[in-house]
Design a protein around this ligand. Structure first.
Ligand SMILES: N[C@@H](CCC(=O)N[C@@H](CS)C(=O)NCC(=O)O)C(=O)O
Length: 250
């Protein structure tokens, strides 16, 4: 990659590899053709390192160091990149306000589903956790590890069967909303906006859950997710969620 503006400070992106907001930040860096270093952290120890670099309470990824300046969180990172390198724009006029609102919705409303639904499904198919590392399904010993690990994620993300069923029941409406954002032009154009990168990353993760594919496939939302995020490992086989939990497509 070639840094276009010679005065751009050194950029260091801190990530956890499977994280979708990290995919958002990295896609923005690439789209703006900025040179950057990527530091892939280890889940667990990442808390201490993120706190050291980004300050107390800023334990989540992504974070971006712009020279010595810490910028924490996917939305703050995209805003900072736009300021640093306005072209190509992620918040193009005259739709900048609509893009910001769609991006906010994608972060505050949709993004958590990219955690709760895959971790939720993995409870029922723990051997599939191996596919997220690029391998095949786990062997029995690996599956024992995955069962424990997934239990921890349910606790951490506040997942319960009741919440999962409610998330699934509300999903068609969320996906319809994304199609509306595309139809209204806040995303889905030839160049990605911040909304494409924020929302597309979550949808790409949801496509790893085969039970959810019928809700997404063949729609403009699928095209956006796969266009900006063509490669993302992971496949949780169909039939993971209990019968009747996944609603029919509206
Ligand atoms: N809304 C924030 C959320 C970031 C977030 O929760 N990232 C997750 C990974 S997807 C994380 O850091 N998880 C580890 C943790 O919570 O310590 C953003 O977009 O930056």
């Amino acid at each position: 990659m070639v840094r276009q503006v010679t005065s751009t400070p050194a950029l260091t992106l801190h990530v956890l590899p499977p994280s979708h907001p990290c995919m958002t930040a990295e896609a923005a860096l690439r789209h703006k053709r900025l040179e950057y270093d990527k530091v892939s952290l280890t889940p667990g120890p990442h808390v201490e390192e993120m706190t050291r670099v980004y300050g107390e309470g800023n334990t989540t990824v992504p974070g971006l160091l712009v020279g010595d300046e810490p910028v924490h969180g996917s939305r703050a990172i995209l805003e900072r990149l736009e300021q640093m390198e306005p072209d190509p724009p992620l918040y193009p006029e005259p739709i900048a306000d609509a893009v910001r609102e769609a991006e906010r919705w994608g972060d505050e409303e949709l993004q958590d589903l990219g955690r709760r639904l895959p971790w939720g499904a993995l409870h029922f198919r723990p051997e599939a956790m191996g596919t997220f590392g690029g391998g095949g399904p786990l062997d029995p010993a690996g599956t024992d590890f995955a069962i424990n690990y997934v239990r921890g994620t349910w606790k951490y993300h506040g997942i319960t069967a009741e919440r999962l069923a409610a998330d699934l029941a509300g999903l068609p409406e969320q996906i319809d909303h994304v199609d509306t954002l595309i139809a209204d032009g806040a995303m889905g154009g030839g160049d990605p906006t911040a909304a494409d990168l924020q929302i597309g990353a979550t949808l790409r993760v949801l496509l790893t859950v085969a039970d959810l594919q019928p809700l997404i496939e063949g729609r403009p939302v699928e095209e956006v997710a796969r266009r900006w995020f063509p490669d993302y490992p992971g496949e949780i086989p169909r039939g993971a969620f209990p019968a009747g939990w996944v609603p029919a497509r509206a």
